[in-house]
Design a protein around this ligand. Structure first.
Ligand code: FPP
Length: 236
């Protein structure tokens, strides 16, 4: 992988396959998620190091609440530990962390930890890591429409002002460029409600690799495939 040619500015990742990774080792699903969180830390550091400007990861979807309570609790605990560790270790790297999704649906203490981590890292000038939590693309669009409707009611904007350029300011990803590349691990080839609006022109890369096994070499492979694609945006 050549870091100097056509690096995607924004990479989205659907981190899938933690459960199957654990099952193949006769271990509980929680163990897979724990290893998945480790893979996330390694890949985000590496992505920052090679010059990726934005990385967005699907860590907890609006649909994930339907999993067994024990698994949801385990994921929330993992998230708590991740947030606390990264607040403590913020000095060690240059990554700015932001959360997208409806954070109001998360436990109160996690909402507070998110604010602390965003605040601690806001001046960092390296990569921006966008963590999607309680996120669903359709939910994001509906929340954005509601906010826009409020602004119409309050006469801040009028219906005739609505266009794509205006609408994107209401999305969780306002100020974040659209993803150039979306990676999904574990052999599934679906978007599963991730960055629904923003992925209109994204390239997709699917790999059988399960997320806990996704390492620097796998990331390089995905970037190389992207670099060899011919992106035309509808032109000839
Ligand atoms: C999909 O694997 C993964 C998830 C639903 C959660 C993703 C979370 C992490 C990678 C770690 C936690 C993140 C943070 C920020 C601490 P799956 O359970 O659907 O796997 P399966 O399809 O093999 O069952």
């Amino acid at each position: 992988m050549d870091r100097n040619i056509n690096l995607p500015a924004h990479v989205g990742i659907i981190m899938d396959g933690n459960g199957r990774w654990a099952k193949s080792r006769s271990m509980p699903r929680d163990f897979g998620h724990k290893q998945g969180a480790k893979a996330l830390e390694k890949i985000s550091k590496y992505a920052d190091e090679i010059g990726i400007l934005h990385m967005s990861v699907y860590a907890f979807s609006t649909e994930n609440w339907n999993r067994p309570k024990k698994e949801v609790d385990g994921l929330m605990n993992l998230l708590r530990n991740y947030l606390k560790r990264n607040i403590k270790d913020a000095k060690k790297d240059n990554i700015r962390v932001c959360v997208i999704g409806d954070r109001r649906g998360l436990p109160q203490d996690i909402q507070e930890l998110i604010i602390r981590l965003e605040d601690t890292t806001k001046e960092k000038d390296g990569m921006q890591l966008n963590i999607a939590l309680n996120y669903g693309g359709r939910d994001e669009i509906i929340r954005s429409i509601k906010e826009m409707a409020k602004d119409i009611e309050n006469k801040k904007i009028s219906t005739s002002d609505i266009n794509e350029d205006l609408f994107i300011n209401y999305l969780d990803t306002a100020n974040i460029p659209d993803p150039d590349l979306i990676i999904r691990t574990s052999g599934e080839e679906r978007l599963s409600n991730f960055l629904t609006w923003q992925s209109a022109y994204s390239e997709f890369y699917f790999t059988d690799c399960l997320w806990p096994d996704f390492d620097k070499a796998e990331f390089d492979k995905a970037i190389e495939v992207y670099q060899n694609r011919d992106r035309r945006f509808g032109q000839v």
